[in-house]
Design a protein around this ligand. Structure first.
Ligand code: ATP
Ligand code: MG
Length: 329
């Protein structure tokens, strides 16, 4: 029997090159080997305020992008988190298994709560990792491909699954995280000390969205911040901007860093950026042409309906095991 793979993306804006290279591509490359589930994490989108209309639009848009990126609905179950009510219930249960210290230690909480201090920190930001725990455990997941920023949350999932199993008897499978060696943290092109985020508010010059106009995307790469070493070399500490562009190129083309360094020995950054811009443009063109075909209400509704049924079926069984173990039914 195939093991289960699962991943999800928040519908908090248009998907970025970071989401594609860090999570979706790794999922697509493995979807046939596993019993695969991908979902749109709309409950995670409301951990802070986002306009309801934006969430709604972003859900459909995300599914169409998943399909355009190569997710095959014939082999992968695609669903919307809020269609499967069990996520909320198990999330609630798992929150009660968690220490406050465990949640306050989460790097994502520390980073994002710092930005929120003026108006107070949303509890959603504090407890969303336990909802993520439920997302993963509901499907008996064996492997979770995510970017580096989400690794800690999968580790929390393992801790909580182990704690629950010890207290109440074996209920949950232990998931493993898969963080790919290359492209696991694509950086903002204008600020290569920060991760590229889809929900960044600003001029977006450092973020490549998968649906960006091709010329705009190329310009963003050409004006990416680099350094004055003038040496195409992979060194994340001293040359984060150039290393970021090398990661993007390597992840898309599979070319090693050594080989890229060799080809660009004694050549300028302009030439290197041109190649990265071209490769990204080709990727975006391919995704965008498929997106047009898939961005169709009838197709998307059908996929979501089927996905919700399949996902609910498994999620119900897991939740029932958990509530029985707790003495609740
Ligand atoms: P948000 O700003 O709403 O948090 P995000 O771009 O961080 O958006 P998420 O929905 O939080 O996207 O994450 C979806 C998936 O994409 C996760 O697996 C996450 O690790 C991965 N991911 C997000 N940003 C990057 C990035 N810059 N590089 C690599 N992977 C990323
Ligand atoms: Mg994020």
């Amino acid at each position: 029997m195939k093991k289960t793979m699962l991943t999800g993306v928040r519908p908090s804006g248009n998907l970025t090159l970071g989401n594609y290279l860090g999570a979706i591509k790794n999922f697509v490359d493995r979807q046939e080997q596993y019993n695969s589930y991908i979902f749109v994490a709309d409950l995670h989108a409301i951990t802070g305020y986002i306009e309801p209309q934006k969430v709604k639009e972003s859900v459909k848009n995300s599914i169409a992008i998943y399909l355009a990126c190569g997710i095959n609905p014939k082999v992968t179950t695609i669903f919307k988190q809020s269609d499967v009510l069990e996520h909320g219930t198990l999330g609630f249960i798992m929150t009660f298994q968690t220490k406050m210290g465990e949640l306050s230690r989460m790097t994502q909480f520390k980073c994002k709560s710092n930005q929120q201090t003026k108006e107070g920190v949303d509890t959603g930001l504090f407890v969303y990792p336990t909802l993520m725990v439920a997302d993963i455990l509901l499907y008996n997941t064996a492997i979770v491909p995510v970017g580096k920023d989400q690794q800690q949350h999968v580790e929390l999932t393992r801790d909580l699954a182990e704690r629950f199993n010890k207290r109440y008897g074996k209920t949950f499978e232990m998931p493993d995280v898969y963080v790919a060696p290359v492209g696991n943290k694509i950086l903002n092109l204008q600020n290569p000390l920060e991760k590229m985020n889809k929900s960044d508010n600003g001029d977006n010059k450092g973020t490549i969205f998968l649906l960006d106009d091709i010329e705009v995307a190329k310009k963003k790469i050409m004006s990416a911040k680099t350094d004055s070493y003038n040496n195409v070399h992979f060194d994340e500490d001293n040359q984060p901007g150039i290393s970021n562009l090398m990661s993007i190129l390597s992840k898309i083309t599979d070319e090693s860093f050594e080989s890229i360094e060799k080809r660009y020995k004694n050549k300028g950054y302009g030439e290197f950026k041109k190649e990265v811009a071209q490769v990204v443009a080709e990727l975006l063109l391919d995704i965008q042409s498929k997106y047009k075909t898939y961005n169709d209400e009838i197709i998307l509704d059908k996929i979501l309906k089927e996905g919700a049924m399949q996902a609910t079926n498994i999620a119900k069984q897991t939740l029932s095991r958990a509530t029985k173990a707790l003495g609740l039914n």
